[in-house]
Ligand binder design. Structure first.
Ligand code: FPP
Length: 245
């Protein structure tokens, strides 16, 4: 029987991470301004959030703005900030109704106003929701996240709250922004680029990677299903062996 998502729901990843790449190239290809590429990217994002929630994915992590993205032109950065405000103002009630918990991962304090307040309000509104966790990486870098964790651990050690033996993989995982969540099972990066770009370095240790060629604004639910089916066909061994070969 052909493998479909519906008859193999138990094989779905529990944590999906997405690098939404290709908005700029999509805009160029369509002779549009880059801001319109990002705006069209938000339409894809909305559909993928909805579908992830329908499928019962536990955590969806999206890379929306890295610590390196500040290097882009003022016009592009400000277009992205406007889109963020718009998204978290217009879509937050629907996300809340769908029981989605929004978690901003990254340095929220380093975000400009009014985005900082809008983001904090979105987190506060949805903090007790028990459905899918939507991790939105903003002003985020994987190495910075690990440095932050190292400092938190050092602080706890200095205060005598822990001994060195208490520091193991789980302890460190609980010092990350994604505290309490499962590791990433599937990482999708659109546009054919095959890089991790400092995204969820610790959490992706055993992730399966899928690199669809389509640009993010062209990433439909159908493309998402293809990536999920590709993941479901993989043989995950976590360093061990599944057969007696
Ligand atoms: C990468 O494409 C995409 C980004 C840097 C930003 C992604 C942001 C959004 C989809 C919209 C904002 C997010 C929310 C949560 C509302 P790129 O511009 O690097 O593409 P390119 O490599 O083709 O230039």
């Amino acid at each position: 029987m052909k493998k479909t998502i519906q008859n193999n729901l138990s094989l779905l990843p529990k944590h999906v991470a997405i690098i939404m790449d290709g908005n700029g190239r999509w805009a160029k290809k369509n002779k549009l301004k880059v801001a319109l590429g990002h705006r069209t990217g938000v339409i894809s994002l909305r559909e993928i959030i909805r579908e992830s929630n329908n499928l019962g994915i536990k955590s969806l992590s999206i890379y929306a703005f890295s610590t390196e993205n500040w290097k882009r032109s003022t016009i592009e950065v400000s277009a992205l900030m406007d889109l963020l405000s718009e998204f978290f103002t217009k879509d937050i009630d629907e996300l809340n109704d769908e029981n989605v918990k929004v978690l901003i991962i990254g340095d929220v304090e380093g975000m400009p106003e009014p985005q900082r307040t809008i983001l904090k309000n979105s987190m506060a509104l949805t903090q007790n929701n028990t459905g899918m966790i939507l991790n939105v990486a903003l002003n985020y870098g994987g190495r910075s996240e690990l440095i932050r964790a190292a400092k938190l651990i050092a602080e706890n050690y200095k205060n005598g709250e822990i001994s060195l033996d208490d520091v193991d993989e789980d302890y460190l995982a609980n010092m990350l922004y994604t505290k309490g969540q499962l590791d990433v099972d599937l990482l999708i990066r659109t546009s054919g680029e095959m890089r991790l770009s400092n995204f969820l370095l610790y959490q992706c240790a055993y992730a399966e990677f899928v690199f669809p060629k389509v640009l993010w604004p062209d990433f439909t639910v159908e493309e998402y299903h293809k990536a999920l089916l590709e993941y479901m066909s993989r043989d995950r061994r976590f360093g061990g062996r599944n057969t007696d070969e």
